[in-house]
Ligand binder design. Structure first.
Ligand code: GLN
Length: 195
């Protein structure tokens, strides 16, 4: 599989490394036409407002809204994939039928680490949260995969995956492998992959 990482802002290099560690090809994506070369796209963490501005400037907002590519959003990337964002009139890409709230875990715990149980992953997963969003509600088509206390922090749909935290800041490939398996299933099912 060829997995792209949206390379406008944020933690790109770490994602490239983990995709390669899974034995797949990883490509930084800087231009819309490069979306044709990949089977799935990772939207990294960073700052969602800044990323949205850059996505508008380089034509990604429109292209990704229209795209069938499976997408995996981490932290700010999760915010970009949500149908609704608390405080915004309209979500950014509307890929996951969820409502997210930004910076949900309070100032005094700007960042923290947790060992999570995740539906579909056998081992405990180390999750690093940095000014992280959480998922307020997961609606039709969005399956909840993990919680921290009473807050949802991971969901998937048929082909999109969204998590509140940063798997790329650990050495573990479990989430990248999980996404690549989703991409592979989607490709095998014969859906049009590409743009
Ligand atoms: N707080 C950031 C936002 O709202 C997300 C933080 C992150 O990606 N680490 O976009």
């Amino acid at each position: 599989m060829r997995i792209g990482i949206l390379a406008l802002q944020g933690a790109v290099r770490e994602h490239l490394k983990l995709v390669e560690a899974c034995g797949h090809e990883a490509l930084p994506i800087k231009r819309v036409d490069e979306l044709e070369q990949i089977d799935g796209l990772i939207l990294p963490g960073g700052e969602s407002t800044a990323m949205r501005r850059l996505m508008d400037r380089y034509g990604f907002t429109e292209a990704l809204r229209a795209s069938d590519l499976p997408m995996f959003g981490t932290c700010a990337g999760l915010i970009l994939l949500a149908e609704n964002v608390v405080g915004l009139e309209e979500g950014h890409l509307g890929k996951l039928n969820i409502t997210v709230e930004r910076n949900s875990f309070g100032r005094q715990i700007d960042s923290f680490e947790a060992e999570l149980d995740v539906e579909g992953i056998d081992e405990k997963a180390t999750a690093i949260f940095i000014r992280a969003p959480h998922i307020v509600s997961a609606d039709t088509g969005a399956e909840v995969l993990s919680w921290v206390d009473d807050k949802i922090v991971a969901v998937r749909s048929d082909r999109h995956l969204g998590i509140s935290f940063h798997p790329e800041l650990t050495d573990s490939t479990v989430f990248h492998q999980f996404f690549i398996d989703m991409v592979q299933k989607y490709a095998e099912a014969g859906f049009s992959v590409g743009t």
